[in-house]
Design a protein. Sequence first.
Length: 306
Amino acid sequence: MQFRDYYKVMGVDEAASADEIKKAYRVLARKFHPDVSKEKDAEEKFKELGEAYEVLKDPEKRQEYDNLRKYGYNDGGDFQPPPGWGGGTFRDAGFGGAGGGDFSDFFEAMFGRGGPGSARGYRDIRSRGRDLHYRLGVDLEEAFAGSTRTIHLQAAGGGQRSLNVKVPAGVTEGQNIRLRGQGEPGIGGGPAGDLYLEIEIKPHRHFRLDGKNIHLEVPVAPWEAGLGAEITVPTLGGSVKLKIPAGARSGQKLRLKGKGIPGPGAGDQIVDIKVVMPPVRSEKDEELLRRMAETMDFDPRAELNG
């Protein structure tokens, strides 16, 4: 009878936590499951994995196994039971002889043939499918108003599958949309994983996103900035009127409350004023500028000379 190093089979340390053991089992179960694996000797390795997990997931069995390890062993060699073991098990289940099920002689010697799960076989071992993660690029208009998108994903075994995805109004950069049961299929009839779509908002030609606020640079003429004016500016929800105060300067910011990304804690639209000089196309335009220079008491560099 050969000793079985269950920690080695699972690829974990002797001090591994229950969560670490469970995680290692799920990864290896997907790798070696005979229904999907192309690995050599996948069925045999899957049986070894199931046996190791059967012991290490159960605190009582694991404690008994760890006690046996402390006695000393030669992994893969002839197993010599400790003194007083008497051919039975630590649980007095009786030695089952040359194993006849899906578990080894060593397992049956320790825990008996009738232990929990010992007669189930590998096809009854269920494992939840992996969650899948993808990035979903959306336009800023979609983030604002919501939309329905059709996405195409690589299906298990090749080919593609299509899904209709509802993008809710008010999604933000980095937010995840969860689609239950749309991840990888489970193993052995286990439940499928979930699909997570991480929102990635594409750059816009006019608007700039800052959290839930939206920035827009708006050009204004010198007379609009100097005298004040009411102008029309675009927002993601349609055009609105904005009052430019007299004496406005480039870089000044005006706020349109609630015109940013909607939802709880809705954002605002921030209008960045940019005073733009008109082109000089005629002698009349030149004369107008000369008269302004002669009549207006204005030094644009006064702060530098102070």
